[in-house]
Design a protein around this ligand. Structure first.
Ligand SMILES: [Fe+2]
Length: 388
C-alpha cells in the first residue's frame, strides 16, 4: 500500500466577478471571516481574498480556507490554461482573448465545494436562513453518508452544506472495498422532489449560532469522464485512499467515488469525483472553482511529492512561493487543475487579530502599492497589446 504523503486538504480557489459581493456572501450570509486581502502571487493585477471558519478560531491561521480571485472583464475569457503560470497570467491580463468570462462545469473541472455542519437540524436551519435571505436552495437530500443542501455563490458556483452524520462507515466494514449501490429512494426518480423541497426549519434563524455555524470543509467534488482512470491516478500516483465507490445520485448511470486525503478520515479531508462517461468538458471562468489544493506537512514533503508525480509522468509546475505557502500545480487525467502546498501561514505579514483588515502585498510588489491599489479600485479591462 502507498504511504500517504498528503496530509489533508488545504483550500479551494474559485473565480468570481466581484470580490465585494463575494465578501458579503461569505461573511454576512455564511458567517465566515476574511483572513487575507491580497493579490495573486502570479500577477499583482489579480485581487484575491481568503476566508476562514470562525468555528475554527483556535486553529487560525492554520485552517482550511476558501479563496476567490477576481476576473471581471465582462467580454474577455479566462485562458483555458487557467492561472498557474506567471508568464501565461501576465499574457492573459495584458493580452486578453475575447469570449465569455463565465465558467461552466464539466469534465475536467470542479463541480462543488461542500461545507460542513454537524447534524440535520443545523442543515435545516441553513436552508431556512438562506431561503429567507432570498437564496435558492435545493435539498435536503439524503446522500446516505450525509444529508445535504445546495446553493450557489453570487456568480453561480455550486456550494453544498453537508452533515457529518451518519458518516461513511455504516454500510461497509472495509471502506471502499466494493461498489455500494444506493437505495432507490435516494436516487433521482426514486425520491420525492416535492417532499424534499417542502422540508425546512419551522422558524426564522436570523443569527448564526454555534450549533449550526459552518465548521469547515466536508468534501470537494469534481468531474471525471473516466472513473477508473481517475481512481488509478489519485490512488496510485497522488497517493490518496479510495473510501467509497457508489452511484451518482442525481443522474442514472453515473458513479461517485470518494477519496480520503488523510489517514484519519477527518472532516474536510475528502475529495470526490462524479464519474460521467463522455461528459462535455468544462471551461474555467467566473462562477466556477479554479483548483483545489491538497496539503503536505512541510517543504521537504512538498518536494518529495512533486518528485513522485514527476517520476510517474505527470506534468508538474515548479514549486512557487505563494507568499503564505509554497505550492505546485498539476493536472488530473481530465485536465482539472490541482495543487499541493505546504500549510498556509497567514500571520507572516499581519497580527492574528488584524487578519484580513488591510491589503497585504508581497515585499516585491510593495514599491508598486499605489499603482496596484489604483488598479484594484478601478478594475480596468485588460488592454490588448498591439503588434508593432
Ligand atoms: Fe457533494
Amino acid at each position: 500500500m502507498n504511504q500517504m504523503i498528503i496530509s489533508g486538504v488545504n483550500s479551494q480557489t474559485f473565480v468570481c466577478s466581484n470580490l465585494g459581493r463575494i465578501e458579503h456572501f461569505y461573511t454576512v450570509v455564511l458567517g465566515l471571516r476574511v483572513l487575507k486581502r491580497t493579490v495573486s502571487h502570479l500577477d499583482g493585477r489579480l485581487p484575491v481574498i481568503t476566508f476562514g471558519f470562525n468555528s475554527h478560531a483556535e486553529e487560525l491561521p492554520r485552517t482550511q480556507t476558501v479563496t476567490y480571485l477576481e476576473w471581471n472583464p465582462i467580454f474577455y475569457m479566462m485562458p483555458k490554461e487557467g492561472f498557474t503560470d506567471p508568464a501565461l497570467v501576465a499574457d492573459a491580463v495584458s493580452n486578453p482573448r475575447v469570449g465569455d468570462a463565465k465558467g461552466r462545469w464539466g469534465a475536467g473541472t470542479n463541480h462543488h465545494l461542500a461545507l460542513h455542519v454537524p447534524n440535520r437540524n443545523g442543515l435545516l436551519k441553513w436552508k431556512r436562513r438562506l431561503t429567507d435571505l432570498g437564496i435558492h436552495v435545493t435539498g435536503p437530500y439524503n446522500r446516505n453518508y450525509f444529508h445535504a443542501i445546495y446553493l450557489r455563490d453570487p456568480d453561480g458556483a455550486i456550494i453544498e452544506i453537508a452533515t457529518s452524520e451518519p458518516g461513511f462507515g455504516h454500510d461497509e466494514t472495509i471502506l471502499g472495498s466494493e461498489f455500494k449501490p444506493q437505495p432507490e429512494e435516494n436516487l433521482v426518480g426514486g425520491r420525492s422532489e416535492l417532499h424534499v423541497a417542502s422540508e425546512t426549519w419551522p422558524a426564522p434563524v436570523p443569527l448564526i449560532t454555534d450549533d449550526y455555524a459552518l465548521r469547515g470543509f466536508h468534501h470537494i467534488t469534481s468531474i471525471s469522464s473516466n472513473a477508473e482512470r481517475t481512481e488509478k491516478f489519485f490512488v496510485e500516483t497522488v497517493g490518496l485512499r479510495l473510501i467509497k465507490k457508489t452511484d451518482y445520485l442525481d443522474e442514472k448511470g453515473g458513479t461517485h467515488y470518494y477519496y480520503a486525503c488523510d489517514e484519519d478520515l477527518s472532516p474536510g479531508s475528502v475529495i470526490t469525483f462524479f464519474g460521467l462517461p463522455n461528459y462535455v468538458p468544462g471551461r474555467l471562468g467566473t462562477g466556477l472553482s479554479h483548483h483545489f489544493t491538497l496539503e503536505v506537512e512541510n517543504e521537504p514533503a512538498l518536494a518529495d511529492h512533486r518528485e513522485r508525480l514527476r517520476r510517474a509522468g505527470v506534468d508538474v509546475s515548479g514549486i512557487q512561493d505563494a507568499i503564505y505557502n509554497k505550492i505546485f500545480h498539476f493536472r488530473d487525467p481530465d485536465g482539472h487543475i490541482c495543487a499541493v502546498s505546504t500549510p498556509s501561514n497567514f500571520t507572516i505579514d499581519e497580527d492574528r487579530e488584524d487578519l484580513g483588515q488591510s491589503l497585504c502585498l508581497p515585499e516585491s510588489l510593495e514599491p508598486n502599492r499605489a499603482k496596484i491599489e489604483r488598479h484594484l479600485a478601478f478594475r480596468p479591462a485588460p488592454t490588448p497589446v498591439l503588434e508593432a
